[in-house]
Design a protein around this ligand. Structure first.
Ligand SMILES: Nc1ncnc2c1ncn2[C@@H]1O[C@H](COP(=O)(O)OP(=O)(O)OP(=O)(O)O)[C@@H](O)[C@H]1O
Length: 265
């Protein structure tokens, strides 16, 4: 199940559903080449003392349709905040955002979104609102599970799945709803190496070759860059670099060694 379905049935109901009811409150310019695009995005919070604290500063990014891009940066630099703005869960202070729809936000902790008793019922859950014929639901569930390599788990109780398998079921839920954009927030944080690899491969395979599905993946793990078509690196609320995975990896390693040298000097 993805967030758009879940929020209506959980303690997270303060959050708005993602697909259908997002207000068109932000300037939106359709750009066929990009599935995700934002420009000069700022986000500030106001403290109890009525001071404005900037969290995001002039962030601009563009992710081409059909690609997997990653968003990296140190703790607290603003990655999740940016992703939540793209998902429509937070409203930017100013700037423009375009994200192709339907879009889906998948949480870091799989237990927050895989909640139905079986894999089949969980993936099908979000389709309830679409009033589809039974056969269509079955076909969509089966295709989505196939895309994430979970077909043989159809009847499995969800509580018997590993963390990585639950993440793949959550992604399948989004795919079953024909999501065009997956916004994935540190999915592999709680996973061991094999589950981590399984989830990345599932995302890659769900993108397929059609160019229809696009993903933005927030991560701390440098080794995951190998699977990215491109990446953004953030610091202190700003996107300071973007490029292919290898150049972002080199950039981060250089940053890390310069911090280490500073500490040791
Ligand atoms: N509602 C809020 N009130 C106060 N500060 C906030 C709020 N939301 C975010 N922040 C602050 O904004 C900054 C960015 O937070 P965010 O969660 O986006 O960072 P992140 O890069 O995703 O961090 P991490 O890698 O640790 O998950 C942090 O300093 C955080 O404490």
């Amino acid at each position: 199940m993805n967030l758009s379905s879940f929020v209506r049935h959980s303690t997270l109901s303060l959050l708005p559903p993602l697909h259908s009811t997002l207000p068109s409150r932000i300037d939106v310019t359709e750009n066929n080449a990009a599935a995700i695009e934002c420009s000069n995005l700022n986000y500030s919070i106001t403290t109890r003392l009525h001071q404005s604290v900037p969290i995001l500063k002039d962030c601009s990014l563009s992710v081409p349709s059909g690609q997997l891009w990653m968003l990296l940066g140190p703790n607290g630099c603003g990655k999740s905040t940016l992703l939540k703005i793209l998902a429509g869960l937070l409203k930017p202070t100013n700037g423009t955002v375009y994200v192709k729809r339907p879009k889906s936000y998948v949480f870091q902790n799989p237990d927050h979104q895989v909640v139905m008793p079986t894999v089949e019922s969980d993936v099908a859950f979000g389709l309830g609102k679409l009033n589809l014929p039974r056969d269509e639901v079955k076909t969509r569930v089966s295709k989505a599970l196939d895309a994430v390599g979970m077909s043989k788990y159809l009847q499995r109780p969800v509580q018997t799945l590993s963390g990585g398998q639950k993440q793949r079921v959550a992604i399948a839920g989004a795919l079953a709803e024909a999501c065009k954009v997956l916004l994935l927030d540190e999915l592999t944080t709680f996973l061991d190496e094999s589950d981590q690899l399984g989830v990345i491969k599932a995302v890659k395979s769900s993108l397929g070759n059609s160019g229809e599905v696009t993903a933005l993946w927030v991560t701390h793990r440098l080794e995951e860059l190998e699977y990215a078509d491109g990446a953004f690196y953030m610091e202190h609320g700003k996107i300071v670099m973007h490029g292919d995975g290898a150049s972002i990896m080199d950039f981060i390693k250089t940053q890390q060694s310069s911090y280490t040298n500073q500490i040791n000097s």
